[in-house]
Design a protein. Sequence first.
Length: 106
Amino acid sequence: MQQPTPIPKLALLREQAGLTQRELAHIVGVTETTIANWERGRSGLDWIERFIKLCDALNCDLHDLIEYPSSEPVKEPSFEELRQMYRAGQLLHRRAIDSNTQSQAK
């Protein structure tokens, strides 16, 4: 038995959001023609269906599929900060810190 052809709701949702096809295209980063094709079901529905199936299989929301890295760069602690962390009981490898201290003293 063949599944019924899905009916896209994109146009309805876009109109409810108060957006034109051009505005939505700009937000999404595609052409206005692409939005029109999606709304008419000419293209793109297969991808939407795949993501729906993926989310159903993983029991998650669409936003759960992608994680964006923090925009803040990770700062490595300085040697002095590591030493202070160790003294505060936050580090376990004193031997590595002690040997580094001795090599810096030479």
